[in-house]
Design a protein around this ligand. Structure first.
Ligand SMILES: [Zn+2]
Length: 239
């Protein structure tokens, strides 16, 4: 796990195959996403390295690589977990919009996918993860760092990005990424379409992100990207 302060009080954590973000506000912390189940120790380490008291967890979307660390984390932190109303239901596993073993089998012929598939097996990707305490954003959303939710459905029906207006930083989840174990390229890009619940709607989410006033992109997968959201979306679409 690598931890980088990409903007004042905004920390990007890079796990083995997925990222999460920590916002610091005085002594208080907000965690956005929590990796695979196997990333739990790294999530705890990242919170300790930033230092402070965890007050809230936000979720971009409820795939196992973004909420996997939460059941373990919430066993020791009594904090709320917020996301959109639709995604909160997804996190509670009232329904599931996630690529499954058959989708993975379809790409398993590609040698590039083999290390990633091996990682899935050790990271707990097949675990049944749910977050019963996930709930819809309160109005107003007053959590450390003052992130502003940006509804970006498509990857999942309730996928949410988060803008940090002061830092002009945008946490894009999987609506826009800059790399993936299945991708040979680094730079703004769409995640492989079989991960999307609705590809057409995910394409519209890129239009939404392009309008956001941000100059630092913190994606769910791949390195932090410095550049405007509009240019990042344009670069992803130029591929
Ligand atoms: Zn992901």
């Amino acid at each position: 796990m690598r931890l980088t302060e990409v903007a004042p009080q905004v920390y990007a954590a890079t796990g083995r195959a997925v990222n999460w973000t920590i916002l610091k506000d005085g002594d208080d912390l907000t965690l956005i996403d929590a990796g695979y189940p196997g990333d739990l120790a790294d999530v705890r380490t990242s919170l300790a390295e930033v230092g402070g008291r965890l007050r809230a967890v936000l979720v971009t979307h409820a795939h196992v690589d973004h909420i996997g660390g939460l059941p373990g984390l919430l066993a020791t932190y009594d904090v709320p977990v917020y996301t959109s109303a639709r995604e909160a239901a997804h996190a509670r596993r009232e329904f599931l919009e996630q690529a499954g073993p058959t989708d993975v089998a379809r790409i398993a012929w590609r040698p590039r996918s083999w290390p990633w598939i091996r990682h899935l097996l050790t990271a707990g990707a097949l675990d049944d993860v749910s977050v019963p305490r996930a709930e819809a954003f309160p109005e107003p959303l007053e959590v450390p760092g003052r992130p502003v939710p940006v509804a970006t459905p498509g990857h999942t029906s309730g996928h949410t990005a988060y803008l940090l207006p002061g830092a002009k930083a945008l946490v894009t989840g999987d609506a826009l990424v800059t790399g993936h174990p299945l991708s040979g390229d680094v730079g703004p890009q769409r995640i492989a379409s079989f991960f999307h619940h609705d590809v057409a709607v995910a394409e519209q989410a890129l239009d939404i992100l392009a309008e956001v006033d941000a100059t630092v992109i913190l994606p769910g997968h791949g390195p932090v990207h410095h550049g405007s959201a509009a240019a990042a979306v344009a670069a992803a679409r130029a591929r």
